[in-house]
Design a protein around this ligand. Structure first.
Ligand SMILES: [Zn+2]
Length: 174
């Protein structure tokens, strides 16, 4: 069996196991009758009037419960079982809370660090040091070259700063 039919979710940034089970139940599957393994569901995002369905793949897995029956989980791409999947913004993949917090953060932090280092290198080539607070052109360097190096460095600085700001957003959300 593939798919659970259409489901409209107002909150477009999370998927929860009970919601998915309810969708399965509507399609005639419930409890342990749901085959485990990869499932795909068509999830409609946005207001119901728009009905803009978008296919989202996710993996479901069941574990036996103490007093009978099974409990259902999402399996994140990191292998962790969880009851909800999140994404930091529309169009991004769904992950568990930890992956969203860590993967995106470290990815962004390392990227902004890389850009800061690149800016440092360009400034060094221009004969400047951040510690000076302002950029002075060495007498032997052509104006044009100096302007280009510092301009490039400032672009990387700005990009690094913007990336760090983006990094803070998912942290604040959860
Ligand atoms: Zn994960």
């Amino acid at each position: 069996m593939r798919g659970t039919g259409r489901r409209i979710v107002e909150e477009s940034r999370s998927l929860r196991v009970p919601d998915i089970l309810a969708a399965f139940a509507k399609a005639g599957y419930s409890g342990s009758a749901i085959p485990s393994g990869p499932r795909t569901a068509t999830v409609g995002f946005g207001p119901p009037s728009q009905r803009s369905g978008r296919r989202v793949s996710f993996r479901l897995e069941s574990t036996p419960q103490h007093f009978g029956g099974v409990r259902w989980w999402f399996v994140c791409s990191c292998g962790k079982r969880c009851t909800a999947l999140y994404r930091i913004r529309d169009g991004y993949p769904f992950h568990c809370r930890q992956c969203n917090g860590l993967a995106y953060r470290t990815q962004n932090v390392s990227r902004s660090t890389r850009w800061l280092l690149r800016a440092d290198k360009l400034l060094a080539r221009a004969g400047c040091d951040r510690a000076d607070g302002r950029y002075l052109r060495p007498k032997h360097m052509r104006r044009e070259k100096f302007r280009r190096l510092v301009g490039e460095a400032e672009t990387y600085d700005l990009a690094a700063f913007a990336t760090l700001l983006l990094t803070l957003r998912p942290c604040l959300r959860f």
